[in-house]
Design a protein around this ligand. Structure first.
Ligand code: PLP
Length: 392
């Protein structure tokens, strides 16, 4: 009666275990002031332009002339136009029809796997954002891994001589902070086109990119329109983690088995999803306005400075790390050959800092550790000071 594939999911203990160990430590040390560098959530408030748009839209809903009910299936044109313009800013031409507004990247990444047959093979990097693996396991699909490690800069290349049908790429990456350059991403696009595979490209952290050498969108790569679906969101771009608004691009040229994936996704969304709140879509539109973008950018720079502060401490102590630039994540090698959980405990008892053990993101994450640059400056400075002293 039940979907037996759920029994193949590995239990997801990572954040529960982190919380339990932290709680146990705090119970034993009631005066402790534990700082978390483990959160994957934004802390800066919404841009003022976004809040002003929310107020205006809420007021519209109070009057019969401007009240709105259900949103159009793919989102309001005003927001899709704003998204289209945003892509144009990166040199990517999209058709309005190719843009689907959603309630965030997580649901779209998970739901997209419904478009594919259970007999195909999904390829995901290891370590990885767990949704890619779990949504494919739920669909009964075989999952193979592309190992990411220090040797390949945590940016695995396509596997030579191995076939995959569905490929997940996240750049800049959670958890490693590593980001593909144009050549690195081109290799995947070429591989996908040659294999008739489909790439699901998770661009949730693209707004952290500050280098012209890194693509913001997979559609900056020639050939991507025939093999890639891009998922993105305003969660990290403009602090929308609690507001909920994202978007997915399905190019009209993307065809497999003689069927456009665009038509399938439209059918899927119009059957099972009823759109994003009008007020939220107005907020998202405001986030893409020049004023909203400047305010959002100030928050991203704030996190960037947090990352720099933490990265400087690691560099000073000769600890290698990836990310920290063009990403809110610092992926550090655990010092002295320690395992991920061993380092977690040492860091907690040694300087009352909580991070996330890399082993929790995949087997290749063992011996690595994720610190995040989300957080308020005061606690990041305090954490940096404690870390500096402790590592001495
Ligand atoms: N994709 C990646 C790689 C993430 O790390 C996250 C959230 O942490 C998401 C997607 C989820 O984004 P959203 O808030 O838009 O659902």
């Amino acid at each position: 009666m039940l979907n037996k594939e759920y029994s193949n999911l590995k239990p997801s203990y990572l954040f529960r275990d982190v919380a339990q160990r932290r709680k146990a430590y705090q119970q034993e040390h009631p005066d402790s002031k534990v700082i978390s560098l483990g959160i994957g959530d934004v802390t800066r408030p919404l841009p003022a332009a976004v809040v002003a748009a929310a107020k205006r839209a809420a007021e519209e809903m109070a009057h019969v002339e401007t009240f709105r009910g259900y949103s159009p299936d793919q989102g309001y044109d005003f927001l899709r136009e704003a998204i289209k313009n945003y892509y144009a800013g990166h040199g990517v031409e999209l058709k309005l029809d190719e843009i689907f507004v959603s309630d965030g990247a997580k649901s779209d990444v998970g739901n997209l796997s419904e478009l594919f047959d259970s007999s195909i093979t999904a390829l995901v990097p290891d370590p990885v954002y767990p949704v890619y693996v779990d949504s494919n396991i739920m669909s009964g699909r075989k999952v193979i891994y592309a190992p990411a490690n220090a040797e390949n800069g945590f940016l695995p290349a396509p596997p030579e001589g191995e076939h995959a049908d569905l490929i997940y790429i996240c750049s800049p990456n959670n958890p490693t902070g590593a980001a593909y350059d144009f050549d690195g991403l081109r290799a995947w696009v070429d591989y996908a086109n040659a294999q008739d595979a489909v790439i699901i490209y998770d661009a949730a952290y693209e707004a952290f990119i500050t280098s012209d050498e890194l693509p913001h969108s997979i559609y900056q790569i020639p050939g991507a329109r025939t093999c890639a679906i891009e998922v993105c969101s305003l969660s990290k771009t403009a602090g929308f983690t609690g507001v909920r608004c994202g978007y997915t691009i399905v190019p009209l040229e993307l065809v497999r088995d003689g069927v456009t994936l665009h038509s399938m996704w439209l059918r899927r969304q119009s059957t099972k999803f009823n759109g994003v709140c009008y007020i939220v879509q107005r907020m998202a539109e405001a986030a893409f306005s020049p004023e909203g973008m400047a305010q959002a950018r100030a928050n991203l720079e704030y996190y960037g400075e947090n990352a720099r502060i933490l990265g400087d401490v690691l560099t000073r102590h000769g600890i290698s790390y990836f990310g920290g630039k063009c990403s809110p994540y610092l992926w550090m090698r655990c010092p002295n050959g320690m395992g991920s959980w061993e380092f977690f405990d040492a860091l907690l008892s040694g300087c009352e800092i909580v991070g996330t053990p890399g082993a929790g993101f995949g087997t290749q994450g063992e011996g690595w550790f994720r610190l995040t640059a989300f957080g308020e400056r005061e606690s990041v400075l305090e954490a940096a000071q404690r870390l500096d002293k402790w590592l001495d």
